[in-house]
Design a protein around this ligand. Structure first.
Ligand SMILES: CCCCCCCCCCCCCC(=O)SCCNC(=O)CCNC(=O)[C@H](O)C(C)(C)COP(=O)(O)OP(=O)(O)OC[C@H]1O[C@@H](n2cnc3c(N)ncnc32)[C@H](O)[C@@H]1OP(=O)(O)O
Length: 235
């Protein structure tokens, strides 16, 4: 589900695109590493290990990091496994199965928008035992942006107004909703909310946002990682 846009043809040559099977294998490997990294992050922020143990583990992690050498993607490259902007974003800090920062948020459509499910961990802590307000904003910003894309108008956030009604508990399944409520030319107006799964009637956080679909003439300059047919240029 790659997004097309009208722009000049890509001048550079690209490697042969991977088959669907190869992409699935790659996604599975990225997801597996993401799961391990999330477990490492959780263990690292939770441990009460001694300084000696922390030094030893740090040495081991440095060794592991050194193994991720070779081909690297450039800053604006879009991973070949991604479906930009509406589908998989494998390294998204919100939805990305490959990101140690992501809870990750699992997104599915509803009748009039999107629903996301996730559980925040201690790595996402703000007040002790509760989620960081910036994490709530990140979850909503992402889901609200995706709601625009799902409605056919992918855009960037130009305003996001947050209301924090109650603290968001950690280690508690959460439900995030997003819905496009109106449009005006390239602008989309979107609402969102966070509740627990157990008590979906009590809003913990609500948000109102405005997203703007970039001028089509600016898309290529904004996202040089897209080719003329809208496919990621990386790989
Ligand atoms: C292929 C397309 C892909 C799309 C990307 C999907 C990625 C999803 C990833 C999701 C990740 C999660 C989400 C994230 O993290 S998104 C990351 C955070 N957001 C940004 O970085 C956005 C920064 N802003 C911009 O780059 C530009 O403003 C954009 C590109 C959005 C519009 O610049 P463009 O040159 O195209 O448009 P225009 O200047 O003709 O303006 C058009 C209308 O909009 C109004 N306006 C514009 N800007 C602002 C503003 N800042 N405040 C108030 N109003 C603003 C403007 O007055 C006009 O309204 P009107 O006068 O007609 O009433």
């Amino acid at each position: 589900m790659h997004t097309s846009f009208t722009g000049p043809p890509a001048a550079d040559t690209h490697p042969t695109p991977a088959t669907a099977e190869e992409l699935e294998r790659h996604k599975a490997a990225i997801t597996r590493l993401g799961n391990e990294l999330r477990a490492l992050v959780e263990a690292a922020v939770r441990t009460a290990a001694t300084p000696d143990t922390l030094h030893r583990v740090a040495e081991g992690v440095r060794h592991v990091t050194g193994q991720l050498t070779g081909r690297r993607r450039a800053r604006a490259d879009i991973p070949e496994v991604d479906e930009f902007p509406a589908g998989t974003r494998i390294y998204s800090p919100v939805t990305g199965a490959g990101s140690p920062l992501a809870p990750p948020l699992r997104v599915t459509p509803t009748d009039d928008g999107l629903i996301g499910h996730c559980t925040l961990g201690i790595a996402h802590e703000g007040p002790p035992g509760y989620g960081h307000g910036g994490m709530s904003a990140m979850l909503l910003d992402e889901l609200m942006g995706r709601a625009c894309a799902a409605a056919g108008a992918p855009g960037l956030t130009i305003s996001l107004q947050m209301r924090y009604h109650r603290p968001v508990p950690l280690e508690t399944p959460l439900r995030i909703l997003a819905r496009v409520t109106g449009t005006d030319h390239r602008k989309s107006f979107v609402t969102g909310s966070i509740t627990t799964e157990a008590d979906p009637a009590t809003d913990l956080v609500t948000a109102e946002g405005v997203f703007v679909a970039p001028d089509p003439r600016r898309v290529r300059a904004l996202f040089p990682g897209l080719t003329a047919d809208g496919d990621p240029a990386g790989g």
